[in-house]
Design a protein around this ligand. Structure first.
Ligand SMILES: Nc1ncnc2c1ncn2[C@@H]1O[C@H](COP(=O)(O)OP(=O)(O)OP(=O)(O)O)[C@@H](O)[C@H]1O
Ligand SMILES: [Mg+2]
Ligand SMILES: [Zn+2]
Length: 556
């Protein structure tokens, strides 16, 4: 009979337990010195060895050769516990036996001496699910524990255990198993099972287990069953429905660099592959979380689950992004989680949302992006009617950035250099103006400059019109010549996106919801502008203000 890997490789001795050395040491010492607390709390995420440890401990206490720091696993007492046949080892599921009656019955049982063993060991799993009255009943037992009984309360949710209980127990915290440790163990198992396995398959299994050894073993089980002894990347991808990291990276890059066509085609690709978009979104959030870790630490070690082979590329993509910008991106994406999960049309919602994120003007400072991307201007390339016909585009590296401006010749006056210069020059004296410019588009034929505002931000026009002089002065400072400037209101890109969605009332309602949830994004772009006329010198980004976001009105 085929035995599931999790059972076949269930640790039977403390020495077999992986990744929990502090727990093992504490328990072994306590058993050896006869100082074990009568009530213990084992906390930690699922599948990291809480129940396994409780069993090993029960055996160590009752072993014919014990109490000892390791069970022999051969004597009758050990074998009975292993085989689940010991009447003195009791496992109770706190989730389904959570009432006061069950606890009373338990108290009746523990009043008497164990039937055959030295000690009785009672494990209450998922103990945080007990009702209040059950806790109260249990408290009495924990306060005056019967001499021959040890209580182990296992929980994935330590914070839900009442303080009165916690103060009477010894608390042992089980750790999440590090990614490399899981990967190593999986490789080991495959070797013993004589199964061939690809590195990437191991990587995917280890990553998706998120630190739970049980999950890791379970997924590997499925992969082995599916693959006939040779586990390939595709097998695991099939089982997990995982989306390769490459797509996550491309999508993030498209958003950060505002390549909207690429956003749509990434999502298209997902749909064509038959990916579950809701699942995808959950995975994407994990990916974003890992990006933050990688971005904010020099040496993140094993604190993330990214494929090490992709790290360099990821760093490159994130290089122009500030940490707080990434955090804001994550926050906005996270706020959408529920909507994505519950929508009937995740595709449209995802497109809408990623497009929206790409309009997040402060996500990436455009001048940094230009610098990072060499000749390529991401902001302009994705917008309609860019000034592509102007062949004399200055290579961005040549832009005098923090140096005294030189006299520029006419050929160097391009939309890109003007845009970048304005943002840089205005940032110091008038950050709010700089921020409006950042979200606008600049066109230039070498003699005249046009500033095109997104139609959704039409009211910014009057603000810019009031500052035409400042804008002209700034250009004169750099180019040593007078360039007339005109401000225009262009297409409302957001409205265009919305138009696609408008056909369906269901989706329409969701879109309303999204808008109200995406307030952070809205505000940076438009919401704060309403206050502009009065508060000219406020700080540049106003995500905290911005009442009157359109979404708030339309909420059902
Ligand atoms: N630390 C570990 N070392 C070795 N194997 C482990 C470890 N943790 C879990 N496993 C594997 O996972 C299976 C389940 O572990 P166990 O039941 O002890 O986890 P748990 O922490 O009690 O999880 P849950 O909270 O879901 O009850 C074990 O049979 C074993 O194969
Ligand atoms: Mg358990
Ligand atoms: Zn034994």
């Amino acid at each position: 009979m085929y035995l599931a890997l999790a059972r076949k490789y269930r640790p039977q001795r403390f020495a077999d337990l992986i990744g929990q050395p502090h727990v093992v040491k504490t328990l072994q010492n306590a058993v050896e010195m006869d100082k074990l607390y009568p009530a213990l709390i084992f906390s930690g995420m699922k599948g990291v060895g809480k129940t396994s440890t409780a069993r090993i401990l029960a055996k160590a206490l009752n072993c014919e050769k014990g109490p000892a720091s390791e069970p022999c696993n051969e004597c009758r007492f050990c074998r009975e516990i292993t085989a689940d046949q010991s009447s003195d080892y009791i496992e109770i599921d706190g989730a389904s036996n959570n009432g006061v009656e069950e606890v009373r019955r338990l108290r009746e049982t523990v009043k008497y001496k164990p039937m055959q063993n030295r000690f009785r060991v009672v494990v209450i799993d998922e103990v945080h699910m007990l009702s209040n009255s059950a806790w109260n009943a249990l408290l009495k037992t924990v306060e005056e524990p019967p001499e021959h009984t040890y209580f182990i309360m296992a929980t994935t949710d330590f914070h839900k255990i009442p303080a009165t209980i916690v103060s009477r127990c010894q608390h042992l915290e089980f750790r999440r198993i590090p990614f490399e440790v899981i990967a190593r163990l999986l490789r080991e198992i495959c070797k013993r099972e004589k199964v061939k396995v690809s590195d990437y398959a191991i990587f995917l299994v280890a990553r998706s287990s998120e630190g739970s050894l049980r999950d890791a073993k379970k997924i590997l089980d499925q992969a082995i069953a599916l693959s006939n002894g040779d586990v390939r990347d595709e097998d695991v991808v099939d089982i997990l429905g995982v989306i390769e990291e490459d797509l996550f990276i491309r999508l993030t890059e498209s958003v950060l660099q505002r390549k909207r066509r690429d956003i749509i085609s990434c999502i298209q690709e997902l749909v064509e592959r038959g990916a579950d978009l809701r699942f995808f979104y959950g995975e994407y959030l994990k990916f974003l979380r890992d990006l933050i870790v990688v971005h904010s630490m020099e040496d993140p070690g094993s604190l993330h689950n990214l494929n090490p082979e992709n790290l360099e590329r990821i760093r490159e993509v994130l290089q122009p992004v500030k940490e707080e910008e990434l955090l804001r991106y994550f926050q906005a994406a996270k706020e959408m989680e529920m909507t994505v999960r519950h929508t009937e049309n995740p595709r449209i919602i995802l497109e809408y949302m990623f497009l929206k994120l790409s309009y997040f003007p402060d996500l990436i400072r455009i001048e940094d992006a230009i610098r990072a991307l060499g000749n390529h201007s991401p902001a302009l390339d994705s917008l309609p009617e860019t000034n592509a016909e102007n062949p004399q585009t200055t290579a961005p590296e040549e832009m005098p950035v923090n140096t005294t401006p030189m006299v520029e010749e006419a050929r160097d006056i391009s939309a890109e250099t003007i845009h970048a210069w304005w943002i840089e020059d205005l940032e110091r004296d008038n950050p709010r103006l700089a921020s409006h410019i950042r979200s606008a588009r600049v066109e230039c034929d070498g003699n005249r400059v046009k500033v095109v505002i997104d139609g959704g931000n039409g009211h910014v026009k009057s603000v810019l019109d009031q500052h035409l002089e400042a804008l002209e002065r700034s250009l004169a400072k750099r180019y040593r010549r007078q360039l007339p400037i005109r401000v225009e209101v262009g297409k409302d890109i957001r409205a265009e996106v919305e138009k696609e969605i408008r056909g369906d009332q269901n989706i329409q309602n969701l879109a309303e919801q999204i808008r109200s949830q995406m307030i952070t994004v809205d505000k940076v772009q438009g919401g704060a502008d309403a206050q502009d006329a009065e508060h000219q010198s406020d700080d540049a980004d106003g995500p905290e203000h911005g009442e009157g976001s359109p979404g708030e009105k339309g909420r059902p």
